[in-house]
Design a protein around this ligand. Structure first.
Ligand code: PAF
Length: 280
């Protein structure tokens, strides 16, 4: 496994692989790797000749300075895990390499960022778009792999790729859950023991509403989900939304066209977790 910190070096390495006819897959991460990331990496290794994992905690996507400072950092452990899993290249750039000058690019996501994370974390997706487009222009991957846990992020990245005609195919990968159902997240290890127990109520409630779609209207279902979760004193729901999967517009009626997904953000103590489930 090669660990590369500088853009020129990774471009040189990748261009020689490309000349040999190899395909390049990219798994962008912010480190603190878990089995969810490993599932993206394994999918990448199955599809592409060369797997590049980037680790960069992108400051421009944090709308809260404290959240940025508290974000888990485990580079040594991450590198060991990646080596054990036979990843080919880790791209671990210093901040100055990715942002040599102040980043000012502004993206327009239309209606895609008007609700949910876009509403509660202003500027977050602009920061994600800044870093992801930089990574795409440096790595020039054939495929890039993103998890469905961040469903709004995945949809927005697909939209940017279309908007900018970028020559990369986005591969979406399913949510990986702990045995008790909690969606894997780099933030889970920050939970206390009692918060960790409470957090399982989030997937439990999501799985429950999936079974109730023919018994309740959309607003009733959203209220049910919100109340189920907030029954636990460690949990405070930030939003519950049922959206149509392609445009991410909230739906009010089951008859509206398109597949639907329930999305939720919950504060578990001071830690904010998100999750979602396809419901129709
Ligand atoms: O999902 C993440 O970990 C980040 O938002 C990403 C895509 C690596 C960009 O920093």
């Amino acid at each position: 496994m090669k660990t590369v910190r500088y853009i020129k070096e990774i471009r040189d390495i990748l261009s020689s692989y490309r000349e040999e006819g190899k395909t390049i897959g990219l798994v962008p991460t912010m480190g603190a790797l878990h089995d969810g990331h490993l599932s993206l990496i394994h999918q990448c290794m199955a599809n592409d000749s060369i797997t590049v994992v980037s680790i960069f905690i992108n400051p421009t996507q944090f709308n809260d300075e404290k959240d940025f400072r508290m974000y888990p950092r485990n580079t040594e452990k991450d590198l060991e895990l990646l080596k054990k899993n036979e990843c080919h290249i880790v791209f671990l750039p210093p901040e100055k390499e990715m942002y040599p000058t102040k980043e000012i690019r502004k993206f327009d996501f239309g209606s895609l960022d008007k609700h949910m994370e876009g509403e509660f974390r202003p500027g977050h997706f602009n920061g994600v778009a800044q870093i992801v487009t930089k990574l795409f222009s440096i790595i020039e991957p054939d495929h890039a792999y993103f998890g469905e846990k961040d469903f709004q992020q995945l949809t927005i990245i697909k939209a940017i790729v279309r908007q900018l005609n970028l020559p990369v195919q986005i591969i979406s990968c399913p949510i990986i859950r702990e045995p008790d159902g909690l969606a894997m997240s780099s933030r889970n290890p920050l939970l206390t023991a009692s918060e960790r127990i409470s957090a399982t109520k989030i997937p439990e409630a999501l799985f429950k509403i999936k079974e109730l779609t023919d018994k309740m209207g959309i607003n009733e279902l959203k209220e049910f989900l919100w109340n189920e979760i907030d029954l636990d004193p460690n949990l405070r729901t930030e939003y519950v939304e049922i959206v149509e999967e392609t445009g991410l517009n909230p739906v009010n009626n089951w008859d509206e066209p398109g597949s639907k997904r329930a999305c939720i953000a919950v504060k578990v103590g001071s830690i904010r977790l998100i999750d979602n489930i396809k419901i129709s």
